[in-house]
Design a protein around this ligand. Structure first.
Ligand code: ADP
Ligand code: MG
Length: 338
């Protein structure tokens, strides 16, 4: 069926990110509750049509590990993407609510993300490009599904917010301007798994509070600007960074123009963070806390050199994956606890 603005009743806002906002809506004609993502785009009419055609791929996705799509439509100057509504928070929301997530549940997340990536690649030849806790959703059935995959190169290029495409989950090679491969998603998965099991973004702790001189930072920003972005994307506009902040860190961030990372209150500029990702050893799970199997898996994801980093196919053979598939955790019961 055709989707259009008039046919929806807005129920509540589910969240907002770099690219736009997501609303819980009721589709009046069918009585279906959906999640509607509204993205402000900056594209010419001909490009918009192409964009919509490309979004059709999303509609064709049919996997238990991928949030399904009801379709997309233009509502100038926005594009609206109507998705399956997931009635539990995304994984960033979950750990911010309940704290560090049980490693066995994190194992289920690893399985779901690998399965989702395999489906997208094997069936549709798509690379996700934006693996992070807020793009891994959960419902009261205990299902874990991926959303917001880079279905359309066109879409990424026409989203009005210039910061889209740069993320704190970016792999070292991508920061350095290499072309995107599925292995970049694997890096982002490794960072995500540490964040969920420890309850904190892995780079936040290792940083001291930075009130770096902003002129210097601006210079650094210019110097690195090209390497921060895939070739066709526009330069980052740093005001548009949206990273969750507490009132204190938000104040600090305005002063230092740094990026405040979740929770810990440590503030660092995006340039400092990118520098760390490229130059420091890869993050690890805290030694001895979770056991050898998760450690080995995460280390396989977080090889800095993409040539030695494991592929999704290789990662399926890790002991932790087999273990997690049959670890007996009742995901539906778990999802009922928050
Ligand atoms: P980001 O992923 O960067 O946080 P988004 O605009 O993609 O920003 O999403 C904002 C929030 O909306 C997400 O954090 C998630 O909690 C929520 N959300 C997105 N898609 C859905 C969906 N299909 N069902 C329920 N909630 C969703
Ligand atoms: Mg998202």
């Amino acid at each position: 069926f055709d989707l259009k603005n008039d046919d929806f009743t807005t129920l509540e806002e589910l969240g907002a990110g770099n690219g736009g906002s997501v609303m819980k809506v009721l589709h009046n004609l069918t009585g279906t509750v959906m999640a509607k993502k509204i993205v402000l785009i900056d594209a010419k009419p001909a490009e918009r049509k192409k964009l919509l055609r490309e979004l059709q791929i999303m509609h064709d996705c049919d996997s238990p590990y991928i949030v399904s799509s009801y379709g997309a439509y233009l509502a100038e100057p926005n594009i609206c993407i109507c998705m399956e509504f997931m009635d539990k928070p995304s994984f960033d929301g979950i750990y911010k609510k309940i704290g560090a997530i049980d490693i066995r549940v994190v194992g289920k997340v690893a399985v779901a993300v690998l399965e989702g990536l395999r489906y997208l690649y094997d069936v549709h030849r798509i690379i996700h490009r934006d693996i992070k806790p807020s793009n891994i959703l959960c419902n009261s059935q205990g299902d874990i599904k991926l959303c917001d995959f880079g279905v359309s190169g066109e879409l990424v290029n026409s989203i009005a917010n210039t910061f889209v495409g740069t993320s704190i989950y970016m792999s070292p090679e991508r920061i350095q301007g290499a072309t995107y491969s599925v292995k970049s998603d694997i890096w982002s998965l490794g960072i995500t798994l540490i964040e969920l099991s420890v309850g904190q973004f892995p780079f936040s702790d290792s940083f001291s509070d930075s009130d770096a001189d902003s002129d210097l930072e601006d210079a650094a920003s210019h110097a690195h600007r090209d390497s921060l972005h895939p070739p066709r994307a526009p330069a980052p506009k740093r005001d548009s960074l949206r990273v969750p902040t507490s009132p204190t860190t938000a104040r600090r961030r305005r002063r230092s123009k740094g990026v405040s990372l979740h929770g810990g209150g440590a503030t660092l500029s995006i340039i400092e963070l990118m520098h760390q990702i490229v130059n420091e050893p890869a993050p690890r799970l805290p030694p001895g806390r979770f056991g050898a199997a998760p450690d080995a898996f995460v280390n396989g994801c977080l090889e800095k050199d993409p040539d030695t980093r494991r592929t999704p196919k290789e990662l399926f053979d890790y002991e932790w994956i087999a273990e997690s598939r049959q670890n007996g955790v009742d995901m539906r019961a778990w999802a009922a606890t928050f």
